[in-house]
Design a protein around this ligand. Structure first.
Ligand code: COS
Length: 384
């Protein structure tokens, strides 16, 4: 699946324009109100942004991974809080359903997700289970034609905005590891579900993460994703592999914006009688950041193309996630440094972006989890 090059190019131009004319001017409102204005979310719907990765036969735009990465890079030239509104629907919240859902499940949810009528959220993390995802405790116990869910999910992005939850829960409490986990498609309005108010975070204001508590939540057996028990963890891992490419393009997009802010400042700000960009120590910071950005964009492009060619990219996606998010941290840090004292002041955007990008190295697998995935895959190749 891919959009034809001509239509894709028009779409990319439209997203660029939207970023310049609508998103960048609204960044301060998002920061002040800790929310994304509803009219902007409506415009995202009209642009088709919720349906980027959903196949055309279900009403989406049907981009391939390379195209998705290009659009997300473009979108993330503005505050990455805007991307978060569509992020779970385009990425981790819907892709398990696209990959493994039954036809009936796809028909039920995908068209509404693609239009943006509803959003989705991916419910894996729990209070006691973060990096060690296979140890999750939420239970889904079969009872006749239903499953009964009990447990708590934590830091769930867009839980408050979602109309569909992809919930990973243990259907077989006897099996402690990955094979006891199944995935479910759950309506958040089902009785017994409580969604807490949004968490207070260091950055990315306007994004919404919350706890979700399931207390004796009865859902139909037909909510079991793909109709097969025991596949939930494997599906979650495949979804995260793909999600890590998506997040890499979030990193490259915002890195490019941050570097542009630093470059503009270096060209304008004068000290010792000339623009600070003429000093070699400032040039070194700009050059290191440019090389980081170029490497990040190149590796994301390469891994996305390989994903589209059907290759196993688990290791490459982890390399991209690790490198691009760490690079975004370095680029943001240097941008603050180039700004000097001004970089610490909230009236300059780099102060905010510095806080925003800190999360990139944590969610969808910390840098240390990516290292573990990379090294395990390297060793597996030697042992086979
Ligand atoms: N695709 C498909 N299957 C995969 C996979 C992948 N990318 N990675 C692992 N698996 C399979 C393994 O093959 C193994 O299968 P078996 O049960 O048949 O042996 C199973 O999943 C368990 O894998 P593993 O033994 O590697 O599991 P561990 O618990 O040791 O660790 C990690 C798995 C650490 C990689 C996983 O828990 C992880 O990614 N954690 C981070 C979770 C995360 O990103 N959370 C962020 C919040 S979600 S936004």
């Amino acid at each position: 699946m891919a959009l034809d090059p001509e239509t894709f190019s028009l779409m990319k131009d439209a997203v660029s324009r939207f970023v310049r004319e609508r998103l960048v001017p609204a960044e301060d409102i998002v920061e002040e109100t800790n929310d994304v204005p509803e009219e902007i979310i409506n415009e995202m719907r009209e642009l088709g942004l919720f349906g980027l990765s959903i196949p055309e036969e279900y009403g989406g735009i049907g981009l391939n991974m390379s195209q998705e990465c290009e659009i997300i890079h473009e979108l993330c030239q503005a505050s990455i809080s805007f991307r978060s509104v569509i992020g779970t629907t385009v990425g981790i919240g819907s892709q398990g359903l696209v990959m493994t859902g039954t036809e009936e499940q796809k028909q039920e949810y995908l068209p509404r997700l693609a239009s943006g009528e509803i959003s989705s959220a991916f419910c894996l993390t729990e209070p006691e289970s973060g990096s060690d995802a296979a140890s999750l405790r939420t239970l889904a116990i079969k009872d006749g034609d239903s499953y009964v869910l009990n447990g708590t999910k934590r830091f769930i992005t867009n839980a408050l905005r979602a109309g569909m939850l992809t919930v990973m829960a243990r259907t077989n409490p006897e099996k402690k590891g990955a094979s006891g986990v199944s995935a479910f498609l759950v309506d958040p309005k089902t009785p017994g579900i409580t969604i807490s108010k949004a968490d207070n975070k260091m950055g990315q204001r306007g994004t919404k993460t919350s706890d979700i508590i399931f207390e004796d939540v009865r859902i139909s057996a037909s909510s079991l994703m793909g109709g097969v028990e025991g596949q939930g963890f494997y599906t979650a891992m495949k979804v995260l592999d793909r999600g890590r490419l998506h997040l890499s393009s979030v990193s490259t997009g915002i890195s490019q914006r941050i570097l542009q802010e630093a470059l503009n400042y270096a060209a304008e700000r004068k000290q010792f009688g000339k623009p600070i960009g003429e000093f070699q120590l400032v040039q070194a910071m700009l050059a290191d950041s440019q090389a980081d950005l170029y490497a990040s964009m190149s590796m994301t492009k390469d891994a996305a193309r390989k994903y589209d060619d059907g290759e196993d990219i688990a290791m490459l996606a982890a390399c991209c996630k690790m490198f691009t998010t760490e690079a975004a941290g370095r680029i943001a840090d240097k941008a603050v440094q180039i700004h000097g004292g001004a970089g610490y002041m909230s009236e300059y955007k780099v102060e905010r972006f510095y806080r925003d990008v800190r999360l990139l190295r944590l969610y969808e697998g910390t840098t240390q989890i990516q290292q573990l995935v990379i090294a395990r895959n390297m060793l597996k190749a030697v042992n086979n």
